[in-house]
Design a protein around this ligand. Sequence first.
Ligand code: PHE
Length: 461
Amino acid sequence: MIGKRNKFSSKFGFIAAAAGSAVGLGNIWKFPFEVGRSGGAAFLLLYLLFCFVLCYPLLITEIAIGRNAQKSPVGAFKAIHHRQWTFMGILGVLCGVLILSFYNVVTAWVFGYFIEMLLGNFEVGRQFTTFTSDIEMIGGYSLFILAVVAFIVSRGVTRGIEKASKVLMPVLIGILIFLIIYSLTLDNAIEGIKFYLIPDFSKISIDVVYRALGQAFFSLSLGMGILITYGSYLKSREDIVFSGAIITLADILIAFLAGLMIFPIVFSQNIQTDGGPGLIFITMPGIFQAMGPAWGIAIGSLFFLLLTFAAITSIISLLELPVSYLVDQHEIKRDYAVWISAGIIFLLGIPSLIGNGYSEYFTHFIRYYGSEASIDFMTFLTDVSSNTLLPFVGFLTSIFAVYVWKRKKLFRELHHGNEHFKNSWLSNYVGFCLQFIAPVVLAITFILTILEIFFGIYIFS
Ligand code: PHE
């Protein structure tokens, strides 16, 4: 261990950083299109259910593990005296690195769109594939974003991560509120709100349930040890139970507000709500164009700036994962650890970068026999990392916490900083969710995903 462990200097700093990790493209890009194609509010309700029943208990567990061990994931499992669980930490770091390799490319698109909107080039939506095939431009943006984040992370926990999050998160919320107010004044806004807030339960299928679960998990940055890492930078008197609740609620609230911003805008132009992933990249520029040049440029560029900021705070946490591993386990100086990790991640991102139109091979990375269908490398990587590995590690974390580390020790850690927790209804609730609900639900999800991805067996669709 090199020197004293750098800590978050305040409760707000910790919450801003952890909420910054949680709030990202998952909330503002993915959540609205999932709601859009899954019939509106019914999806929203399922998502809320999973956040409360699964994610919140797992979130505070991860933070408690980190704080107890005072180490990032790989060292944390070792420090809690269960050497054989170290692989979980390694799996988490690996998963984070894979996710960041493509997340960074999507962020480069978002940033590129910000520039295009500033230039008033609304046509970009119609030429999305041409845009993503321009790998020199996208590669340049992606290097730029990584370099900015690497600079922030290299400054350490307090002066880098905490400081950047404390500025970016409030700015993000400010832009979001401004855009919501604007979108609510548009014609037909009420139709968008109705679609969003009145549930249509006939749309709920097992497939929708399954997507809502994945969404809740990804959105809260669970299952790869990011919160273990941030927990290890937390002072022992901080209240994990309360901070965890604020982080969960902030993530839910921002996803909810993103829907409130997007649906009135979409309905104001009578556009289909089930645009899928292209909702933001293909549909939105056309909508901004219809607002006329001045409003279009202003609202369009603010919108993509918002997405860029949200993504940057998530990338910070994803980069901190391998960095803290190198610093804690291999005693490499933070500066070196940061630039080495960023370099490797950029290289690993190349297949995702060229797999969206530029390289035929990576664009149709997996072809299905006997049909025209194929998936690109980035989609493949999303399936492997976020849809398979995250629930798997989440499943193991719940087992580890209650059966290996033991519920009593976990609760003792949570008790530090919150004296009312022990023997409260909340502790019974958290214990029940961790012991019974999380393992069962996550194991089922994992098995279904494996069947679907690797064997092409779709049980629910
Ligand atoms: N939670 C982030 C989002 O919603 C993404 C993320 C996933 C960040 C996993 C870190 C780890 O976009």
